[in-house]
Design a protein around this ligand. Structure first.
Ligand code: PLP
Length: 343
């Protein structure tokens, strides 16, 4: 797709394999669901860069390159997919990375499993912080940038999850692929819902903006996020802030209000990155029916939430859903004993 996405689309550095393919799942029919489930394979955007984050990083890293950054600094949970993708994108573009990662006890950093192993492999500098210090993450990002600047380096800060106005272009671009993907699936007579896992709001912001720009409602397409942490009120606020910032900066005229943002709350379960046996069982079942690997923190939890909703109300999302597989597979290798409980 080389034609411009939008007259005011910002600069982008190609990092992701896109467009990503999609396919129907057997899972829905096997589980007795009326709604057909189509899977958008954004877990195939890359290997080291796998998932939704690389789509946002295409825009963020373009800005870092334009500023001739030497270092990229970002933050996340200890198994952050975003931090890992940022560290690899930095290495691929000849930059170094600093990752501020949240953990229970920073004096005893977690073992190098899953994403942490990859962070260390790529040579990212890891700064471990406590859960209470996490509240100060934006100040800590700035402090790290100042430290590097005083050492003569040029740092570029990528916010949590790559979720800001610039990063949201990644999912405006993905949404254009979805318009083509869903052309024969969705119509006002056969409505479809695009469903995604919502973790910091950037993917949601891009999709919500795109739903206005590409007139999704006229095409019979809805967009709904299943939050895997926090709650509906939190994401209504964060998604609308990112949308407003993008609207103002690029004069998109989208005018997003809370009514434009659909969130399916109630599926956080035991909390962020904590799994219930039934969520793990859904991950196992999708692997067995379709040969697809979902992750426990984001896609598995959101997919399980979607299925739970469909069991309660088969018409909840229309004739079909397009579930975006936003990646995260490395998270599965962070805690193999937990998933092994359902095998
Ligand atoms: C695999 C995966 N899926 C979904 C999300 C959620 O995306 P966002 O942070 O844009 O809400 C994330 C990151 O938070 C992720 O790593």
């Amino acid at each position: 797709m080389s034609e411009p996405l939008h007259p005011r689309e910002p600069a982008r550095v190609p990092l992701a394999n896109q467009p990503t393919r999609g396919h129907w799942l057997r899972y829905g029919a096997d589980a007795g669901l009326r709604t057909r489930i189509w899977l958008k394979r954004d877990d195939h955007t890359g290997s080291e860069l796998m998932g939704n984050k690389v789509r946002k990083l295409e825009y963020l890293m373009a800005e870092a390159l334009a500023q001739e950054a030497t270092h990229v600094i970002t933050c996340g949970g200890e198994q952050s997919n975003h931090a890992r993708a940022t560290a690899f994108a930095a290495a691929q573009l000849g930059m170094k990375s600093v990752l501020i990662l949240r953990t229970d006890d920073p004096a005893k950093p977690p073992a190098p499993t899953g994403n942490i192993l990859l962070d260390r492999l790529v040579g990212a500098e890891l700064v471990w912080i406590s859960r209470s210090a996490w509240k100060e993450r934006n100040r800590l990002l700035t402090e790290q940038a100042e430290r590097l600047r005083s050492a003569g380096q040029r740092p570029y800060i990528v916010p949590e999850g790559g979720s800001n106005a610039l990063g949201s272009w990644g999912y405006i671009r993905a949404a254009r692929e979805l318009v083509t993907d869903l052309a024969t699936i969705a119509s006002p007579e056969h409505p479809a819902t695009i469903i995604y896992a919502c973790g910091s709001g950037g993917t949601g912001a891009g999709l919500v903006l795109a739903s206005k720009l590409f007139k999704f409602a006229e095409r019979g397409i809805r967009v709904a996020g299943v939050n895997v942490c926090d709650d509906r009120a939190y994401f209504l606020d964060s998604i609308s802030k990112i949308c407003a910032e993008a609207d103002e900066r690029w004069e998109l005229g989208a005018n997003i209000t809370h009514d434009d943002i659909e969130l399916v709350d109630g599926h956080v379960g035991l909390g962020y990155a904590r799994s219930r046996p039934e969520e793990l069982a859904t991950i196992r079942d999708v692997a067995r029916t379709d040969g697809v690997v979902l992750d426990p923190v984001y896609t598995g939890k959101a997919f399980h939430g979607m299925v739970t909703e469909l069991r309660a109300d088969p018409d909840r999302f229309g004739t079909s859903v397009a579930f975006i597989h936003t990646g995260g597979m490395f998270g599965l290798f962070a805690d193999p004993d937990t998933i092994a409980q359902v095998l």
